[in-house]
Design a protein around this ligand. Structure first.
Ligand SMILES: [Zn+2]
Length: 486
């Protein structure tokens, strides 16, 4: 990786506003894409007042015909059987903090000090909004207060190093990570070869989560080149903001959600206005693609929706708002309607395409609810959290772990303390600590066989999960505001 930090002015984003309509009819083919069950997030932070002019809503003239291919709809790898309850695993390190009742447990002086510092930090009005926790100083405070430690931060650092080592020459990342620079000793590549936008977005989210942007941070050059890659895809889209890459594939709206989150966060963190229109266009594309009655999104335009795909779009809408990009109320209300249609017990539990009680879809449903304005102290949230706590972190389903960890973090309390102890130790134990090229990455632990996302996907989700302490500020801080806005 070059150590030179390219001049921001060299970014190849000039003329973006023109969304050149060079048509790239990326056509289909996707064999057996099972789809990434990715993850991502963003929450509305208090005191955020959108202050940018909203672009005109883009009317999507649905360019994608209903696909005639017969993909099997693959529900997220749920779960029951793949989840190990690790509740009894004894953590080897101590830590931690409890939220929101920070001072109600017996703590030693260091822990108490960490919480006092965190309270002081969280009580401030941060110019950077929800992303304030990502600065170096804030990270230290929040890691100490919320249950991370030097080991989790080292794991994040090593994971980012591996990702930087596997960036392609054109700035992208691939689920088959073996490319320009890998010496071939890292096994378990993914097989979603054409989903480069999704792979690139996940990597960028991992770097952004630790405070890197194209303007600052250790990995500034990598972030810049990655954003350049996304911008090159953006510039080729026939419909402005369409980042699906393979519109007819099952990965289409996962990709759209991930790319949108990435652009919104990059804009929100850097304030670089060259990113505003692209981010807004991606958000508008998501809004225009929502099912007008059911409120969901799925693989192709016009489908009613499933919880997994909906979760990524809700996170994208939340990322936009956290980045001060305007999002109308209507799509958020519609998304709530979709969640209503798959919930059980007034919203404590969620299914995939209908009401059910499943761990991973419950995690996605609850996190979506929190971003859409529910407060962590609602009885339904508490019930759902109790359920996730009883299931515990999974040994092999990082998609579930990624969502559930965030839900538990925002909820706080003893449930979070226990969850974090198990999740944290599991991630530290399973990271590659060899001297080889795979050092710092995580191998897939997919009991179902070949993992579509492979080592790259596992590494990104693991890093993002370990960034939970500071990637987004705790949602209870925003409770009163959310109530006002919704
Ligand atoms: Zn390698």
């Amino acid at each position: 990786m070059s150590e030179n930090s390219p001049n921001p002015e060299s970014l190849a984003w000039g003329g973006l506003d023109r969304h050149t309509l060079s048509s790239t009819a990326i056509s289909v083919v996707i064999h057996g894409v099972m789809l990434l069950l990715l993850a991502l997030v963003a929450f509305p932070k208090h005191r955020i007042k959108p202050d940018f002019v909203v672009m005109e809503t883009v009317v999507v003239d649905n360019p994608i015909a209903k696909s005639d291919d017969n993909f099997e709809v693959q529900p997220p790898k749920l779960i029951e059987n793949s989840v190990n309850n690790l509740a009894n695993l004894q953590p080897t390190t101590n830590v931690i903090a409890e939220q929101p009742n920070m001072l109600n447990i017996d703590v030693n002086q260091n822990e108490l000090q960490a919480r006092i510092e965190a309270e002081a930090f969280l009580g401030q009005d941060h110019r950077e909004g929800d992303f304030a926790g990502r600065s170096e100083e804030a990270r230290t405070i929040l890691v100490n207060a919320f249950g991370g430690n030097a080991s989790t931060e080292a794991a994040v650092a090593n994971g980012l190093k591996w990702l930087a080592e596997h960036q392609q020459e054109d700035g992208s990342w691939h689920f088959d990570h073996r490319g320009d620079k890998c010496d071939g000793s890292c096994n378990s590549p993914g097989n979603l070869n054409r989903a480069t936008v999704a792979a690139t977005s996940l990597a960028l989210m991992s770097f952004l989560g630790a405070g890197n942007t194209h303007l600052k941070g250790k990995y500034k050059p990598q972030v810049e080149r990655g954003l350049n890659y996304l911008m090159s895809v953006f510039a080729k889209a026939e419909t402005p903001g369409d980042m699906r890459e393979i519109p007819s594939g099952n990965s289409a709206f996962y990709t759209q959600g991930l790319a949108t989150i990435t652009l919104c966060e990059a804009y929100g963190m850097s304030g670089d206005r060259r990113l505003l229109k692209p981010a807004q266009a991606c958000i508008d594309f998501i809004i225009d693609s929502q099912h007008p009655e059911a409120g969901g999104w799925r693989y192709r335009l016009g489908e009613v929706g499933d919880t997994s795909v909906v979760g990524w779009q809700v996170m994208a809408l939340a990322s936009a708002r956290l980045s001060r990009i305007s999002v109308p109320v209507k799509p958020r209300k519609l998304a709530e309607r979709f969640l209503d249609s798959v919930q059980l017990d007034q919203g404590a539990y969620y299914g995939y395409t209908g009401p059910e009680k499943k761990p991973s879809t419950t995690a996605v449903g609850l996190l979506s609810r929190l971003y859409l304005g529910w407060t962590p102290d609602r009885p339904e949230v508490k019930k759902g959290v109790a359920y996730l706590s009883s299931v515990g972190p999974s040994r092999d389903d990082m998609y579930y772990n990624y969502y559930a960890t965030q839900v538990l973090h925002h909820h706080g309390g003893p449930e979070w303390v226990q969850w974090n102890k198990v999740m944290r130790e599991q991630l530290l134990e399973t990271q590659d600590r060899s001297d080889g090229h795979a050092a710092g990455s995580w191998a897939p632990r997919d009991r179902h066989g070949a993992a579509p996302g492979g080592r790259h996907y596992m590494t990104c989700l693991s890093v993002l999960t370990l960034e939970v302490y500071y990637r987004h500020l705790p949602i209870y801080q925003r409770a009163s505001i959310a109530g006002k806005e919704y």
